[in-house]
Design a protein around this ligand. Structure first.
Ligand SMILES: CC(=O)SCCNC(=O)CCNC(=O)[C@H](O)C(C)(C)COP(=O)(O)OP(=O)(O)OC[C@H]1O[C@@H](n2cnc3c(N)ncnc32)[C@H](O)[C@@H]1OP(=O)(O)O
Length: 423
C-alpha cells in the first residue's frame, strides 16, 4: 500500500491546572475550544475548513456526546470542519493523533487537528441507579395516573448521587492502589520514585526558562505555566511526604504521583505537501504506533504495564532497538509506573517469559528520558497528556535537527499505547 509521510506541524495546549484550581468552572468544551483557537491563531487557520478534528475526553458529561464537533463549532475554524470523538482512557490523546495520522498517510485527508481534554474539577455526577430507572419509567408513562404511580416509587435515599471514582470497574482498586501493587512486584523503591519526580520538575522548569514551551502553549484563565510545576523540587523535599497509596509502608506520595488535573492539548498534522504549500515548517514526522493490553483481572498483571509489551512489538516491526532511539517520552502516571516499566525492559526473565525474546530491550539512559519534564511536573488531565507529549517530543526532535523519539503511555483498563516520531 502506498502511504505518505505524516508531518507534525505544531502543537498547542493551555497550561495544565490542578483540579479545583483556576479552571474549576471551565468545561471540557471551554478548554478544548480555547486550545483549538490557540492553534488556529498560531498557524493562521482562522475560517479554514480542515479535513478533520479528532479529540476526546476520559470524563464526559452526557451533554458532551459530540464534544469535539461542538468545540469546533465554538472555535474560529470554519463550521464546515468535520469532527469526531475517540476514547482510550489516558491513551486518548495519542490515539487521536494516530487516527488522523493514518488518514493522512493513506491520502484520505490532508490536514487535521488531534487533541484531548479533561477536567477532574467538573466531573460528571450520575444519579442513583434506582432513581434513574424511576425517571426513565416516568418518561415512558403515557397517562397522568401512570405517572403518579411511577412517582410513588421515589425514595429519599435515591437522591444520593454517584460521584465518579478513579478506579478500575473490575477490581474496585484505584489507579494508585494498582500501581502500589506494581511497585511491590517490581521492587521499586521510594528513592527511585522521588528521583524521577524531582528530575521531572527540574527539567520542565529548565525547559520553561529557556523558552521551550513559548510556541507550544497559550496562557488561559490567568495561568502561564503548569500550576503543578515546582521549580524548587528536590529529592530531600519529596522524601518528607507521607505515603498516599499502598498503606503506611507504601512508597507512593502526592509528590511522586500525578495530581488530579484540568487541561487540554491539540496537535496540527498534515501531509508534507499541505505544509509546504503554506510555507509551514515540519517539526517531526509521525512514523508508527502500537497498542497492547494486559490481563489485570484474571492473571493479576500490573494494571499499567501494557506499554512494556507494546513497545517491543513496535520496535520489532520497525526493525530497531533501544540504541536507535534518541529520545524517550514515558507518561509519568506515577513515578512507580515509569520505574516498573524501565525494570521490565531491562529484565532478562521478563524478556524471555513474557516477551518471548532472548535478550531484554535494555537500559534507557536518564539523559534520553523525558528531557523536558513529564506528567509528574505538568500534571495529567487524562486525555490531554498525549497531545502534550507528541508536541513536546516533535519540538525536541526539531531542536536536535534529526533523530528518532518514542512515546509510551499507560492507560486504565490495563492498556498501553506507544508511538515513534522521526525527524
Ligand atoms: C494511566 C494513568 O495515567 S493513571 C493516573 C491517573 N491519575 C490519578 O490516579 C491521580 C492520582 N493522584 C491523586 O489521586 C491525588 O493527587 C493524590 C492522592 C496523589 C494526592 O492528593 P492530595 O493529598 O490532595 O495532594 P496535595 O496536592 O494536597 O499534596 C499533599 C501534600 O504534598 C505536597 N506536595 C505535593 N507534591 C509535592 C512535590 N512535588 N514536592 C513537595 N511537596 C509536594 C503538597 O504541598 C501537600 O502538602 P501540604 O499537605 O503541606 O499542603
Amino acid at each position: 500500500m502506498n502511504t505518505r509521510r505524516v508531518a507534525i506541524v505544531g502543537g498547542n495546549r493551555i497550561p495544565f491546572a490542578r483540579a479545583n484550581g483556576p479552571y474549576a468552572h471551565a468545561s471540557d468544551q471551554d478548554m478544548l475550544t480555547a486550545t483549538l483557537d490557540g492553534l488556529v491563531e498560531r498557524f493562521g487557520l482562522e475560517g479554514e475548513r480542515l479535513d478533520e478534528v479528532v479529540a476526546g475526553a476520559v470524563l464526559k458529561h452526557a451533554r458532551d456526546r459530540d464534544l469535539t464537533r461542538e468545540a469546533v463549532l465554538g472555535s474560529k475554524l470554519a463550521p464546515e470542519t468535520p469532527a469526531y470523538d475517540i476514547q482510550r482512557a489516558c491513551g486518548t490523546g495519542l490515539e487521536t493523533v494516530i487516527s488522523v495520522a493514518n488518514k493522512i498517510a493513506l491520502g484520505q485527508i490532508d490536514v487535521a487537528i488531534a487533541g484531548g481534554v479533561d477536567t477532574a474539577s467538573d466531573a460528571p455526577i450520575a444519579v442513583n441507579e434506582d432513581l434513574r430507572q424511576v425517571l426513565l419509567d416516568l418518561n415512558r408513562a403515557k397517562s397522568l395516573p401512570a405517572r403518579a404511580r411511577t412517582l410513588t416509587r421515589l425514595r429519599p435515599g435515591q437522591v444520593v448521587p454517584e460521584i465518579p471514582r478513579n478506579s478500575e470497574p473490575r477490581t474496585g482498586l484505584s489507579m494508585g492502589e494498582h500501581t502500589a501493587l506494581m511497585a511491590k512486584d517490581w521492587g521499586v523503591t521510594r528513592a527511585e520514585q522521588d528521583e524521577l519526580a524531582a528530575l521531572s520538575h527540574q527539567r520542565m522548569a529548565a525547559a520553561y526558562d529557556r523558552g521551550f514551551f513559548d510556541d507550544l502553549l497559550t496562557p488561559y484563565l490567568g495561568l502561564e505555566r503548569d500550576q503543578n510545576l515546582r521549580p524548587d523540587s528536590s529529592v530531600e523535599k519529596l522524601a518528607k511526604l507521607k505515603p498516599v497509596f499502598g498503606g503506611e509502608s507504601g512508597t507512593m506520595t502526592a509528590g511522586n504521583s500525578t495530581p488530579l488535573s484540568d487541561g487540554a492539548s491539540a496537535v496540527l498534522l498534515a501531509s508534507e505537501e499541505w505544509a509546504a504549500e503554506r510555507g509551514l515548517p515540519v517539526l517531526a514526522y509521525f512514523a508508527d504506533a502500537q497498542s497492547a493490553a494486559v490481563d489485570h483481572v484474571h492473571k493479576g498483571e500490573g494494571l499499567l504495564m501494557a506499554p512494556a509489551y507494546a513497545l517491543p512489538r513496535l520496535l520489532d516491526r520497525a526493525g530497531i532497538g533501544f540504541g536507535d532511539v534518541d529520545l524517550f517520552e514515558i507518561h509519568e502516571a506515577f513515578a512507580a509506573q515509569v520505574a516498573a516499566t524501565l525494570k521490565a525492559w531491562r529484565d532478562p526473565v521478563f524478556a524471555r517469559e513474557r516477551l518471548g525474546q532472548d535478550k531484554p530491550l535494555g537500559e534507557i539512559p536518564s539523559e534520553k528520558l523525558n528531557v523536558n519534564g513529564g506528567s509528574l511536573a505538568a500534571g495529567h488531565p487524562f486525555a490531554a497528556t498525549g497531545g502534550r507529549i507528541v508536541a513536546s517530543l516533535a519540538k525536541a526532535l526539531d531542536e536536535r535537527g534529526s533523530g528518532r523519539g518514542v512515546i509510551s503511555i499507560c492507560a486504565a483498563g490495563g492498556q498501553g499505547v506507544v508511538a515513534i516520531l522521526e525527524k
